[in-house]
Design a protein around this ligand. Structure first.
Ligand code: SAM
Length: 218
């Protein structure tokens, strides 16, 4: 069982949460906020509490299979903070499927937090959500650190290929990216997906070799 499922806490550190709170307080965002991957809703709750009602619209995308009874635990967590779960659009879906629907509906966001599957092949695809971010608004990703090479690779590649975004801050392993302009579409395509797929395989292989080697040494 994940710790967040037991105590309904955020999976972010104190430093990362403080960075997020400071960003939201300073940025004065009023458009929709999106979290992709919510666990027990610990960070969602903290984000929502940055605003007094009426809050911006909050959307969550998650297949809710991270631990048993995940969706109900998220709702209980929100209630425990005095937030009506009906205030949140909880979409039970994988990120890719939800993106297609959001795109077709013409959705736009002021804030996007990507914290779902951390493999390179997933993170690079999740970054396609940035096309729905309004200019001058913010995208954050968690676990930008060496233990999650997929996140590091995808963020660096995305920023390298999309100069209309800039890294504006980092708090612990939380990276904050600002969208500077719409600039005729983001570059995230077939070559990125192929590279992400190959890298995911190589990261998986490296992890399993390390695990076995560790076991042999023990
Ligand atoms: C690291 S946890 C999220 C932690 C949470 N953001 C927090 O700060 O407490 C990862 C979450 O991503 C979700 N997830 C995994 N794959 C996903 C996908 N393809 N699309 C959307 N969510 C996904 C899992 O169900 C889980 O809830």
């Amino acid at each position: 069982m994940r710790q967040s499922a037991i105590d309904m806490s955020s999976e972010l550190s104190g430093e990362e949460l403080a960075g997020l709170r400071a960003l939201l307080k300073l940025a004065g965002l009023s458009g929709p906020h999106l979290e992709i991957g919510t666990a027990a809703g610990g960070t969602l709750k903290e984000l929502m509490l940055c605003y007094s009602p009426p809050r911006p619209r909050f959307v969550v995308v998650d297949p809710f299979k991270y631990f048993p009874d995940q969706k109900r635990i998220v709702e209980t967590n929100l209630r425990s903070a005095g937030i009506d779960p009906a205030e949140v659009d909880l979409r039970e879906a994988f990120s890719g499927d939800a993106l297609a629907a959001a795109h077709a509906a013409g959705e736009r966001y002021d804030f996007i937090f990507i914290d779902a599957n951390h493999e390179a092949r997933h993170v690079i695809r999740d970054l396609r959500w940035a096309q729905l971010l309004s200019p001058g608004r913010y995208l954050c990703l968690h676990d930008y650190q060496p233990n999650f090479p997929g996140v590091v690779w995808a963020v660096d590649r995305f920023l390298d290929r999309n100069r209309h975004y800039r890294r504006s801050a980092q708090h612990g392993a939380l990276v904050v990216i600002e969208k500077l302009a719409d600039s005729g579409g983001d570059k995230v395509g077939a070559a990125d997906f192929l590279l992400g797929d190959l890298l995911s395989q190589s990261h998986r292989l490296r992890r399993s070799v390390r695990k076995r080697f560790g076991r042999l040494k023990a």
